[in-house]
Design a protein around this ligand. Structure first.
Ligand code: PHE
Length: 444
């Protein structure tokens, strides 16, 4: 393990850190939730709203997490305790708990992607994806694939920051990008693809500025950019002080947006060109798995042996995206055990993984539990965590701009006061609103 600052593990440098952070951000959230939400929430109008929120809310929050992590050189518990005392300690604990809970259901869905890929490879996807999904999504099979995915994640995290997480991202993220670009180009050329573009991007401005739409988009931003539970904070704690965090954060934010947008350019043309649009029209965001696990497999099936190859490649790319995200989820738990309890990294990864493997039994056996975990940990806890980060970095920590100034160019340094303003007066109120709307929705 490379040890540079204060005996702490470290990335090999800027590119390794940025790739690992993109790996955390780019995941299942980009591949299904964004596309489904866009198609029901205003098409191109929603895309613009989402891009605006990525830059005005997501990026300032990301920079807040990155600066806090690098400044405190610790996982969430240590970092927040240094920043905010005893309340911070509780908050950091809640972050690690979020990571644990999100990991427990996210790895179940990741297990489905592996399962679909393996089936496509060995025998081809069956002709009735609905029945197939019902068969594999819950039960002991789902639990087994979940456990396999968790074991793989724990193996990589246990290996280390640089030799484990960074190397995995180095390998998998370029693969994912290449697959998506190739599929998007190919899908665009299919006859009938235009209807898919029209459906995906048809601009509907009618309720794009409704509070509910904004809350939906902001919630998607937190999840998609891995904000509000300390994943980005923890990754930045392994970054040297020479790095230009504002520039690196911008690359991470735009890559996350780009992949989400690109995934839509694959999914909709393909599904419409092959006549499976009834599987995506009128879909609510919480039925979003329908796109990936029902409509797309049906489209792949319709393409015969070419479809089989495409299905293998596509689900492998999905699994890769999911793995680089689960690495960061487990890393939050592991870094907490390493920093606070002095446990060795391989031990922490093994014990944490084993606990998640057991916790995942519930969502692997019930889609209701899975949905509940998604709402509580994937939405509410992230929004609450994002609010906490905005308050701690924006209002509590002394001189928050100083950490971001280190390593940043002169032009960027001049923009940093704007960052603090955005954190205080854009991110804080919007996130508070989002949290309230989410809680009202649950109460209703
Ligand atoms: N950002 C990941 C995705 O879009 C999910 C995730 C959330 C990962 C929170 C880590 C922390 O799929």
């Amino acid at each position: 393990m490379v040890e540079d600052h204060g005996g702490r593990a470290a990335w090999s440098g800027g590119p390794g850190f940025v790739l690992a952070a993109i790996g955390s951000a780019v995941g299942l959230g980009n591949m299904w939730r964004f596309a489904a939400t866009t198609s029901v929430s205003g098409g191109a109008a929603f895309v613009l709203l989402y891009l605006g929120l990525t830059l005005a809310v997501g990026l300032p929050l990301l920079l807040a997490e990155l600066s806090l992590g690098r400044r405190m050189r610790s996982g969430p518990v240590g970092a927040l305790r240094s920043a905010a005392g005893a309340p911070g300690l509780l908050l950091g604990g809640a972050f690690a708990a979020s990571g644990f809970l999100i990991f427990s259901f996210y790895a179940v869905i990741a297990g489905w992607t592996v399962r679909y890929g393996v089936t496509a490879l060995l025998s081809g996807l069956p002709s009735d994806p609905g029945a197939y999904f019902g068969e594999v999504a819950t039960g002991w099979d789902a639990a087994l694939y979940h456990m396999g995915f968790v074991a793989g994640t724990a193996g990589v995290v246990g290996t280390g920051i640089r030799r484990g997480i960074e190397r995995a991202a180095l390998l998998l993220i370029p693969f994912l990008f290449a697959v998506l670009v190739a599929l998007a180009v190919w899908a665009a050329a299919l006859p009938g693809a235009g209807d898919g573009f029209a459906f995906y991007l048809r601009p509907d401005w009618s309720d794009v500025l409704a509070p509910r739409t904004i809350a939906e988009a902001a919630g998607q931003t937190y999840f998609s950019m891995s904000l509000g539970m300390g994943a980005m904070l923890t990754f930045a704690s392994y970054r040297g002080s020479g790095g230009d965090l504002p520039a690196e954060g911008t690359v991470i934010a735009l890559s996350d947006f780009g992949v989400a947008f690109l995934a839509g350019l694959v999914i909709f043309p393909l599904v419409f060109a092959l006549g499976f649009e009834e599987g995506v029209i009128g879909l609510e965001a919480d039925q979003a798995e329908g796109v990936l696990f029902l409509a797309l497999p049906a489209a792949f099936h319709g393409l015969g042996s070419l479809g089989r190859v495409l299905a293998v490649v596509f689900f492998a790319a999905l699994a890769a995206a999911a793995l680089t995200s689960t690495l960061s989820l487990l890393e939050v738990v592991v870094s907490t055990a390493v920093d606070e309890l002095g446990v060795g990294r391989p031990t922490a990864a093994a014990v944490g993984g084993a606990a998640v493997a057991v916790a995942g039994l519930a969502p692997a056996h019930s889609l209701g539990v899975l949905g509940l975990l998604n709402t509580v940990a994937g939405e509410i806890m992230l929004a609450a965590g994002a609010l906490a980060i905005a308050v701690v970095v924006g209002w509590v920590v002394p001189d928050p701009v100083a950490e971001l100034e280190k390593g940043a160019g002169r032009r960027i340094r001049r923009l940093l006061p704007l960052w603090l303003l955005a954190l205080r007066w854009v991110v804080t109120p919007i996130t508070l609103l989002v949290l309230l709307l989410m809680l009202m929705e649950v109460a209703a």
